[in-house]
Write a new protein. Structure first.
Length: 271
């Protein structure tokens, strides 16, 4: 299954084609696979977007490609942004507001991951992933907060399911994502009164992604047969959940974790 969306997405979609007209989505990790497709769906449905990453060239190239999906769309690519540094994000917010006028929605998707057993996982390696995934999610909301409050915005943190049980060689990521869920819970309660909604999406095994490729073990039973819904997930599955959670259809939904995994974690996950 391809990893980018086309205009066919609008034709197949249950959503109105211009549902996000006039809105702006701010996406960390937006040049990566899952967050890129989340961005594409929002842009196809009328939003403008800014994607942020550390790699200037990759981020700019992805922004140009996403912008071409819809005539009239504006997509900024801001490279050299490190979510571990809140000032770096604040500068990106200022540039976004100067160029696109506002921020309504935030996807905190920047993540770091590698497989490492405990004995070969240094304190700095553990801290690096906590800093990118957890501190990075905090910093992203921190930097966008004034825009979110002003525009009664919404935030999606990209979480995971691997901390629902013990996954070897992923102690750093599991700890970080558990923290992301906890951060979302607390902020949903704190920021609800000012009109800001926060939710997590927890993808399961998603095909053609860096995470999926790295983490899928060889198994006797093909993984698609293990998944209760009988198939590996697609980036479009994550995009659809994103469109729902930001939409008015979810206006009473905050503090939730949408697990989008075909039921896999219920039977013990893929590792
Ligand atoms: C053990 C490792 C390692 C590895 C890095 N380190 N890679 N340790 N095994 N494979 C250690 C380093 O030795 C160092 O510790 C510390 O981690 C920091 O490494 P740096 O390279 O200095 O950090 P940095 O340049 O910031 O890179 C961060 C990174 C990198 C996480 C290590 O891989 C990265 O930025 N990746 C981003 C892209 C990515 O991974 N995306 C995948 C997301 S998929 P010492 O002690 O030597 O100083 C995903 C799916 C999640 O998140 C869930 C799926 C189900």
């Amino acid at each position: 299954m391809p990893n980018t969306l086309t205009q066919q997405y609008i034709q197949d979609s249950v959503w109105k084609p211009d549902i996000y007209k006039g809105k702006v989505v701010f996406v960390t990790g937006g040049a990566g696979t899952i967050c890129r497709v989340q961005t594409e769906a929002m842009v196809l449905l009328g939003a403008n977007a800014v994607i942020l990453g550390r790699n200037e060239q990759k981020t700019q190239a992805a922004a140009k490609e996403i912008e071409q999906l819809r005539p009239g769309a504006r997509v900024l690519g801001l490279g050299n942004v490190d979510v571990r540094k809140v000032q770096s994000l604040k500068e990106a917010v200022d540039k976004t507001v100067a160029e696109l006028g506002r921020i309504d929605y935030v996807i905190a998707g920047a993540a770091g991951n590698f497989l490492a057993d405990f004995n070969h996982l240094s304190s700095n390696a553990f801290k690096t992933v906590i800093d990118i995934d957890l501190l990075g999610s905090f910093n992203t909301v921190k930097a966008c907060f004034e825009q979110l409050r002003k525009n009664k915005g919404a935030v999606i943190f990209v979480s995971a399911t691997l901390h629902y049980y013990g996954v070897p060689f992923q102690s750093h990521v599991g700890a970080a994502k558990a923290g992301v869920d906890a951060l979302m819970n607390a902020l949903a309660v704190e920021l609800g009164p000012v009109g800001v909604r926060l939710n997590c999406i927890a993808p399961g095994l998603i095909g053609n992604t860096e995470g999926g490729a790295r983490l899928s073990p060889p198994t006797e039973v093909p993984l698609d047969q293990k998944v209760p819904l009988g198939r590996i997930g697609s980036t479009t599955d994550i995009a659809d959940s994103t469109v729902y959670l930001f939409s008015p259809a979810a206006s009473y939904v905050t503090g939730t974790i949408s697990v989008v995994d075909g039921g896999l974690w219920q039977i013990g996950g893929f590792l």
